[in-house]
Design a protein around this ligand. Structure first.
Ligand code: FPP
Length: 242
């Protein structure tokens, strides 16, 4: 039996998995390497996790690559992360496209260097009709920033207060066409939400493996999915007792 069948047996494969890829810096430090070497190792890992996600039947995979707070890191690290995103697109785009991955971005593209904005827009355009898996890159993303952005746009659109409901607010989010995450994974043992998908994760299940992101491999993802499948989700409700 394949892993996919194994987890599908419970009919509980999360449709949308979102990951806070934490611990690159500590992974590098533990090896006496510069922090950027940790980010590069974390990038190598992306390939493994994207493939494994498609294999396990996950439909949407969101990756938190750069937050609105990450601008406060040393300039060399910020520039390094921008270069890493550009390299990933250059290196992986054609293969991801051939394998049926649709790429999306959430956050503010403006604020990134022009050439990087262009690369991201091209990647989104090229892959927009692909159906196998949707990869959402959260880059220059913040949950509060997303909510502020939504409020500004509602005001610009002169939305009437009585028309404001969850569906309307959802439609003003960067994620408007996507289902909410079923499972959020934060690697490295840290247990914080760090401004990630604030509106969308109110009923997500959270999972905090101890391993640093570069060590989060297919086996670790399988464990996360098994842990998720064993949980009972009630969304604040309760089944009637028989
Ligand atoms: C958190 O580790 C990681 C980040 C802020 C960046 C994540 C980026 C990548 C994995 C590579 C780029 C990915 C894409 C899709 C372009 P940390 O630096 O906070 O680690 P630490 O807590 O150990 O210091």
């Amino acid at each position: 039996m394949t892993n996919q069948e194994n987890t599908k047996e419970h009919n509980k494969v999360p449709k949308h998995v979102a990951i806070i890829m934490d611990g690159n810096g500590r992974w590098a430090k533990a090896r006496g390497l510069p922090r950027l070497a940790g980010h590069r190792a974390g990038t190598e890992n992306l390939r493994t996790i994207i493939r494994a996600s498609a294999k396990f039947g996950i439909e949407v995979l969101t990756l938190y690559a750069f937050s609105t707070e990450n601008w406060a890191r040393p300039k060399s690290e910020v520039t390094g992360l921008m270069h890493i995103l550009a390299d990933v697109i250059d290196r992986e785009l054609m293969e991801l496209h051939e394998e049926g991955a649709r790429l999306m971005h959430v956050g503010h593209l403006d604020g990134l260097p022009n050439n990087l904005q262009k690369k991201v827009r091209n990647a989104i355009e090229l892959t927009k009709d692909n159906k196998r898996i949707t990869i959402v890159i959260a880059f220059n993303y913040g949950g509060r920033d997303e909510i502020i952005n939504a409020i500004k746009n509602m005001i610009r659109d002169e939305v009437k207060p009585d028309n404001v409901d969850e569906e309307l607010v959802n439609n003003y989010m960067f994620t408007k066409s996507l289902p909410d995450p079923d499972l959020v994974i934060r690697t490295s043992g840290e247990q914080r939400t760090s401004n990630f998908l604030t509106w969308q994760t109110v009923y997500s299940e959270w999972y905090f493996p101890e391993v640093y992101w570069p060590d989060f491999n297919e086996e670790e993802l399988r464990k996360a999915l098994k842990n998720y499948a064993d949980r009972e989700r009630r969304f604040g409700g309760l089944k009637e007792e028989s």
